[in-house]
Ligand binder design. Sequence first.
Ligand code: ZN
Length: 101
Amino acid sequence: MHPKIKHFVCRACQDTLPINVNLFRRGMNVDVYCPLCGEDYNTQNHIFLDYRLAREVSTKSHFRITTSERSRRNFEDWCFHLYNTFDGETKGLIFTLILVI
Ligand SMILES: [Zn+2]
């Protein structure tokens, strides 16, 4: 897996990605709602699991990530599940897809 992808996954699992809610927690004056839909807080769970476009990308992708795989408790659990389910090359492709989202 490319080091940039590993770094992304590591930060995602620690919930330290520079998304609005995390920036707000660090004291920055940012809008905590999703800038794309405005329907929920801009959290990792919203961006990667709940947001309509994210769901469509993952379920319609070549990997066919199913609803049951998406229904993990949170994004970190979902990453952990994907990391332990797929082989090295597939794992790298899936996390690259998630990074692009
Ligand atoms: Zn949204």
